[in-house]
Ligand binder design. Structure first.
Ligand code: UDX
Length: 445
């Protein structure tokens, strides 16, 4: 079977990973973005963010002549392909609802191209959008500006993406499942065939459903994972108050129950990133619009907003007045293996420490450039974990990078003024560190 040509609009994590994944398996891709710097970097074989494996995939796709990125040329890209993926961002508005302005802009361009197209074309929405966006707003724009009928002259699918930053390529190549939302059979079959051509023998379970159900699958999954985290953090905060308890053991014990599973039960200073905080807020607002107040989701969000401050609460059990105190922050990104600082707990922690008058030095293997855009010269930037903790009154572990996990008691004892360690990710050996340092970790006493 011939491989269809694909266009991808929007080259964020989702768009770029989809582009390099398809081109790595022989599909011809034309990708479009509005940011010249991003487009130039990608055409030179370099992603504009840190993500394991992505540059190798990108270089191979360019060498094989299977990927080409253009600036703003949406109509041309649609005319030169049979399937178009929309992967532009849907950022949060101030009130927490999602901003559809990029989706609307690109959809209009796609529709204008459809108007001049003689053959059937399939549009696939990969961006995260709240239920009924695809079958109302997107469909209406497509029909209005193309003068064609959805389900007859062109197809429309909603196909949410579940990749995780830090393992984005691995996740794209081996997803747990594919959610295929379509409100007509022809669209659904065309996208199903594309994925069968791509994954062949390794095609994951494909769940075919309506577009609003597909949209809700994404929000429900992310909200559930966020709920697991806020739940275990609640139990950790309770543990903190009961002598001789250990949240690590509680989570392990819970995880052996296969109805619960051990995943996403790592207690700490809360979740961050570009998805969980945004998606949970969007679902809360969307439910409100539907006249349903979700107390559960509101609590999950609130617990998470407060959780980074637990690290400071624990620090203040040792140093009450933080004024002029020298504090080291180990790790800045919202999780390891990414340079992404979006909604990172480190931001809340650093801002609160600054407000309390502390002097801050930070270290992160990848996120320093992005952190400098946020904190500029309000804090000091170290080039290694040891430089970061040198002569400090205390340190807080914020992100569980492997090089931070490797630090030994001696590293802290030899280099810090006083070896007070607040482990916000529970990564160091409790017994050993408790013996040698002032070691405090969330959920264990
Ligand atoms: C998430 C979803 O996992 C992914 O399916 C979706 O497409 C996008 O959002 P991502 O944001 O890349 O992916 O990160 P993830 O690995 O899910 O972690 C999110 C946050 O939760 C991180 O800040 C992480 O530190 C935190 N976390 C995760 C915990 O605090 N405890 C855990 O047990 C697991």
């Amino acid at each position: 079977m011939q491989k269809p040509k694909i266009s991808i609009i929007g080259l964020g994590y989702v768009g770029l990973c989809t582009a390099v994944a398809f081109s790595s398996r022989g599909f011809s891709i034309v990708a479009v973005d509005v940011d010249k710097k991003k487009v130039d970097m990608i055409n030179n074989g370099k992603a504009y963010f840190y993500e394991p494996q992505i540059d190798d995939f990108l270089k191979k796709s360019l060498k094989d002549n299977l990927l080409y990125c253009t600036l703003n040329q949406i109509q041309k890209a649609v005319l030169n392909s049979e399937i178009t993926f929309i992967a532009v961002g849907t950022p949060s508005k101030k009130n927490g609802s999602i901003d559809l302005k990029y989706i609307k802009q690109v959809t209009k361009q796609i529709a204008k191209a459809l108007k001049n197209k003689k053959t059937y074309h399939l549009i696939v929405v990969k961006s995260t959008v709240t239920p009924q966006t695809t079958n109302t707003i997107i469909k209406n724009i497509l029909e209005k500006y193309s003068n064609k009928r959805c389900g007859v002259d062109f197809g429309l699918c909603m196909n949410p993406e579940f990749l995780r930053q830090g393992s984005a390529i691995k996740d794209t190549m081996n997803p747990d499942r594919i959610i295929l939302g379509a409100d007509d059979q022809k669209s659904a079959n065309m996208l199903e065939n594309l994925y069968k051509q791509f994954y062949r023998k390794n095609t994951p379970p494909i769940i075919k459903t309506t577009t609003p159900t597909a949209e809700l699958c994404k929000y429900a999954s992310n909200s559930f994972l966020a709920t697991k985290i806020s739940y275990i953090n609640t139990i950790a905060n309770i543990c903190q108050k009961i002598p001789n308890t250990n949240i690590g053991i509680v989570a392990k014990a819970m995880g052996f129950d296969n109805r619960i599973s051990p995943k996403f039960l790592r207690a700490g200073i809360g979740y961050g990133g570009s998805c969980f905080p945004k998606d949970i807020k969007a679902l809360i607002i969307h439910s409100k619009k539907l006249n349903y107040k979700s107390q559960l989701l509101e609590s999950v969000d609130k617990i998470n907003i407060n959780q980074p401050l637990k690290a400071i609460e624990l620090l203040q059990t040792q140093i009450k007045d933080l004024k002029q105190k020298q504090i080291a922050i180990l790790g800045l990104s919202f999780k390891p293996n990414t340079d992404d600082m979006r909604e990172a707990p480190s931001i809340i922690i650093i801002n609160d420490l600054l407000e309390k008058g502390a002097k801050i030095t930070v270290y992160d293997p990848k996120a320093t450039t992005n952190a400098k855009k946020i904190f500029v010269d309000k804090i000091q930037y170290a080039k290694s974990p040891i430089e970061c903790i040198k002569n400090k009154d205390a340190c807080i572990i914020v992100t569980e990078w492997s090089e931070i996990k490797k630090l030994k008691t001696q590293d802290f004892k030899k280099n810090m003024k006083t070896p007070i360690i607040i482990d916000g990710r529970r990564i160091l050996d409790f017994q050993e560190f408790k013996k040698e340092t002032t070691y405090i970790t969330i959920g264990q006493s």
